[in-house]
Design a protein around this ligand. Structure first.
Ligand code: ATP
Ligand code: MG
Length: 311
């Protein structure tokens, strides 16, 4: 495939992107990933541990060179024009932590100075952004005295205060309690209205809540891409049944059966779900039945990893 890009192209496009980490044991973190998404709203990349999310984010944000393949962001060649791109993007890496002995004001200020803002402008932007994020009152407290959610907000404040039009957030809500996570979601939604936000997560409900588009990575391969509705349409079933461990699968079961640690998941049609439920009820077995969720779609796509998107 040949990628033709123009400078007014508002997309993120990858063509057969592959990353192999060399070392004692070679590891193929990305395996010929190709996609093109509009660079607006919020894109959420989901995938299990080690599926390649961070690797993709690091390549898109110019931190890491791919082994092969091409990447363009808004018409800019990520490999050959990284300097041009760097001023337009900002990233909060997965492992980033606010330095404990600095204050939020100092954290944002130093980041902006590093990005080339004058001292006066950096200070004005830092205080304004911290205020907007509800951190005004904590601006001069030490980061280590802040709650987990507020510590994360300080990092988001750094990239928000910059002029970057594309923001990468690698697992911004991991480890946050459910209330802080929800608070964070409103913040991310607001950011997504003004700047393209590319975020990764393990939480499927987060992708469901925030993603204008969702990508599913599994073992370095992109196995799903689209809006939630588009992903739903790729799954031929509309009901999901859960059977506890040890419950025998009725002989009427067709559909997609996924064995998990906590039991069996059966994706099926309405008619079959009815037949299965009848059998299970007869045997006195307990089960649940629900309309298909993103969680089910994820399992379905990961199970069928071989038929990759675009192939
Ligand atoms: N610097 C590295 N050197 C060697 N292998 C690496 C390196 N970084 C990542 N890998 C390997 O590449 C694969 C993808 O890792 P990556 O960190 O991109 O996954 P991830 O989806 O972000 O995982 P997580 O959800 O745990 O953050 C894994 O098998 C990982 O062990
Ligand atoms: Mg990661």
């Amino acid at each position: 495939m040949v990628a033709e890009q123009t400078s007014n192209d508002q997309t993120i496009s990858c063509v057969e992107l592959t990353k192999i980490y060399s070392g004692k044991r070679e590891s193929k973190a990305l395996d010929s990933v190709s996609f093109s998404i509009p660079s607006n709203g919020i894109f959420v990349l989901i995938g299990r541990n080690g599926s390649g999310k961070t690797t993709l984010v690091r390549i898109l944000s110019t931190e890491l060179e791919p082994t092969s393949g091409e990447v363009f962001i808004n018409g800019i060649d990520v490999k050959n024009e990284s300097d041009k791109l760097r001023e337009r993007i900002a990233i909060v890496p997965q492992e980033a932590r606010a330095i404990p002995w600095m204050t939020p004001a100092q954290t944002v200020l130093s980041y902006l100075l590093w990005r080339g803002f004058s001292y006066g402008e950096a200070k004005r932007r830092a205080l304004e952004t911290l205020g907007k994020l509800g951190l005004g009152r904590h601006a001069n407290s030490l980061n280590r005295t802040l709650s987990g959610g507020n510590k994360r907000k300080v990092l988001v404040a750094t990239v928000l205060a910059s002029e970057a039009e594309i923001i990468f957030l690698d697992e911004p809500t991991t480890g946050l309690d459910p209330i802080s996570r929800r608070e964070f979601w409103s913040l991310l939604k607001e950011i997504g209205q003004r700047r393209f936000t590319f975020l990764t997560t393990h939480y499927l409900e987060e992708a469901e809540e925030l993603g204008d588009r969702i990508g599913v990575l599994d073992r370095g391969r992109l196995v799903g891409l689209g809006t939630l509705d588009e992903l739903r349409q790729r799954v031929n079933y509309n009901y999901s049944m859960k059977l506890s461990r040890g419950v025998p699968l009725p002989h009427v079961t067709r559909g997609e059966v996924v064995e998990g640690r906590d039991g069996t998941r059966v994706l099926t049609t309405e008619e079959e779900a009815f037949a299965i439920s009848r059998e299970l009820s007869r045997g006195g077995y307990k089960f649940t039945i629900n309309p298909i969720s993103l969680d089910d779609i994820f399992f379905y796509l990961a199970n069928r990893g071989a038929d990759q998107v675009g192939n």
